[in-house]
Structures are given as structure tokens and as C-alpha cells.
Design a protein around this ligand. Structure first.
Ligand SMILES: [Zn+2]
Length: 77
């Protein structure tokens, strides 16, 4: 009489792919985007300060958010 012992070792192959996606460039891209001036139509709209955008062509001042502009121009002067 022979007793057979079956040892079944079941190894769980844990495969996990780690994909790190950084959404870091979103704000940076928004800042680098060119703004079109709603007044003269030129692309010389630059961020004067935080929330203030100024057109280098017609000196139009637009108050917007910190990293984006609002479509509502304010009358300067
Ligand atoms: Zn302009």
C-alpha cells in the first residue's frame, strides 16, 4: 500500500501595472495658451497680474480668473 500525497502549491501571481498619470500640465498649458483679444482680435493678450489680462495691442484690460480669462471685458480708463 502506498500513499501518495499531492502537494499543490498554488501561487497567486499578482500582476498589477502601476500607471502614474500626473495631471500637472493642465494649469501650465492653460497659462501658455494664447489669448485672443475680444476687442481688437489680436493674440497679444498677456497676463498682467493675477486675474488681470491686458492686451498689448489695444491696451484692453480684462478681469478674469487667476489662470484663465473671463469673456467679460471691463472698460479701462
Ligand atoms: Zn486688443
Amino acid at each position: 500500500m502506498s500513499g501518495a500525497k499531492d502537494k499543490g502549491l498554488k501561487g497567486l501571481g499578482a500582476k498589477y501595472g502601476s500607471t502614474l498619470r500626473k495631471k500637472y500640465g493642465m494649469i501650465f498649458t492653460t497659462l501658455k495658451m494664447k489669448r485672443k483679444c475680444p476687442n481688437c482680435g489680436s493674440w497679444k493678450l498677456k497676463r498682467k497680474s493675477k486675474g488681470i489680462w491686458e492686451c498689448r495691442s489695444c491696451s484692453l484690460v480684462i478681469a478674469g480668473r487667476a489662470y484663465d480669462i473671463a469673456p467679460t471685458p471691463i472698460s479701462s480708463g
